[in-house]
Ligand binder design. Structure first.
Ligand SMILES: Cc1cc2nc3c(=O)[nH]c(=O)nc-3n(C[C@H](O)[C@H](O)[C@H](O)COP(=O)(O)OP(=O)(O)OC[C@H]3O[C@@H](n4cnc5c(N)ncnc54)[C@H](O)[C@@H]3O)c2cc1C
Length: 306
C-alpha cells in the first residue's frame, strides 16, 4: 500500500517541489545519486572502480516530447561515452540509455534506432558497451525489439527485463537463445494484475524461473537485485550450470547492499554498480523510497534539519 502511494507521488508536482527544494548536496540525495553533473558521476565512478567494482552510468532523463529533445539526449549520452574514453574508464564503466529519452515514444519510430546506433558506434570506438533500460510494460515490446536490432551489429548491447511481468519468462527464453547480455530486475513500476504479478512472493518465484533460464542459457546474465536469498540462489544455479564467476555478474544500485557487494567481490565475482547522476533525480529517489520505505527516515531527518 505504502509502495503504491510512493509510486503515485512520484508523479505529484506539489510533492516534487517540496522535495526538490532540498539543497542538491543534501545527504538524502547523495545517498543514491552521484551528483547533478557528469563530473560528479566520473568522480564517483572512479572511486568505485578503484574499489574493484564495475559501473553503469545512468544520466537521469525526464520526458522527451520531440525530436530536438531526443537529439539533445543523444548528445548527452555521446558526451558521457567520450568522457569515459578520455578518463580511461571505458573498460570498467558502461552506459545506460533510456530509450524513451532518445525517441522511443515519438511518432517516427526510426529516430530511436538512429540515435541508439550513433551511441553504440561511439561506445564501440571508446571500448565500452550500452544497456537499454526498460521502464514499464508499455515499452517492453519496443525496447526488446530495439535491443534485438542493435545486437545485429553490436552484439554486446544489453537489455533489462522485469520478473514482475508475466511475459518475462518467455522473453528470457528468447534472450537466452540469442547469447544476449540480460539484466534481470524485479521491476519497480505499478502494473496491472493482468500483465504483472501482484504478490511479492510471485515476483520472486518468477525471478527464480527467469534466473534458471538465463543461467542455463547461452547469454550473459546480469543479476540485479539486493535480495540476498535470490543472490544465493543465483550463485548456486551458476555452480550447477558450470559457470565460472566471470560468466555472469551481480548488479546493485549505487548506495545499496554494500556488505553483499563486498562478499561477492571477495568470491571473485564481477560486481557492477548502477550509478545515476543528473539534476532530474526526483522520480528516481521516490522509486528508491518505494523499494524500501525505511529510506523515508532519511527524508524525515532532512526535513527536520531544514
Ligand atoms: C542494477 C539495477 C538496475 C535496475 N534497473 C531497473 C530498471 O531498468 N527498471 C526498473 O523498473 N527497475 C530497475 N531496478 C530496480 C528494481 O526493479 C527494484 O525496484 C529494486 O532493485 C528493488 O528490488 P530488489 O530486487 O532489490 O528486491 P526487494 O525485495 O525490493 O529488496 C530486497 C532487499 O534489499 C533492500 N533494498 C531494496 N532496494 C533498496 C534501496 N533502494 N535502499 C535500501 N535497501 C533496499 C530491501 O529492503 C530488502 O531487504 C534496478 C535495480 C538494480 C539493482
Amino acid at each position: 500500500m505504502l509502495r503504491e502511494t510512493l509510486l503515485g507521488i512520484s508523479r505529484n508536482d506539489a510533492v516534487r517541489r517540496m522535495i526538490t527544494g532540498f539543497p542538491p548536496t543534501d545527504l538524502l540525495v547523495r545517498n543514491f545519486v552521484a551528483g547533478d553533473h557528469l563530473d560528479d558521476a566520473i568522480a564517483a565512478a572512479r572511486r568505485l572502480v578503484d574499489e574493484g567494482l564495475t559501473v553503469t552510468l545512468e544520466h537521469l532523463a525526464g520526458e522527451t516530447a520531440d525530436r530536438d529533445q531526443a537529439d539533445q539526449w543523444t548528445r548527452r549520452y555521446l558526451d558521457l561515452v567520450d568522457r569515459l574514453r578520455k578518463e580511461k574508464l571505458a573498460t570498467r564503466a558502461e552506459v545506460s540509455i533510456k530509450p524513451a529519452a532518445i525517441g522511443l515514444e515519438l511518432p517516427d519510430g526510426d529516430d530511436v534506432l538512429e540515435n541508439a546506433r550513433v551511441i553504440c558506434i561511439a561506445a564501440r570506438a571508446a571500448g565500452t558497451t550500452v544497456i537499454a533500460d526498460l521502464e514499464d510494460h508499455r515499452a517492453a515490446d519496443e525496447t526488446l525489439a530495439l535491443a534485438e536490432e542493435l545486437r545485429q551489429d553490436y552484439p554486446d548491447t544489453a537489455v533489462v527485463v522485469h520478473s514482475g511481468l508475466r511475459r518475462t519468462e518467455s522473453d528470457c527464453h528468447d534472450l537466452a537463445a540469442t547469447r544476449s547480455r540480460v539484466r534481470l530486475v524485479k521491476g519497480v513500476h505499478l502494473e496491472d494484475e493482468a500483465i504483472a504479478y501482484a504478490r511479492p512472493a510471485d515476483v520472486d518465484k518468477s525471478y527464480v524461473r527467469c534466473l534458471k533460464i538465463l543461467i542455463n542459457g547461452n547469454g550473459y546474465p546480469m543479476i540485479a537485485t539486493h535480495d540476498k536469498r535470490l543472490i544465493r540462489i543465483a550463485e548456486a544455479l551458476a555452480v550447477q550450470a558450470g559457470r565460472a564467476p566471470g560468466d555472469l555478474e551481480f548488479q546493485f544500485l549505487y548506495g545499496v547492499g554494500l556488505p553483499e557487494q563486498r562478499r561477492l567481490l571477495a568470491a571473485g565475482h564481477t560486481v557492477r554498480i548502477q550509478l545515476p547522476y543528473g539534476s532530474d533525480w526526483y522520480g528516481y529517489l521516490v522509486r528508491r523510497f518505494a523499494d524500501r520505505p525505511g529510506n523515508l527516515s532519511l527524508l524525515a531527518r532532512g526535513l527536520v534539519r531544514r
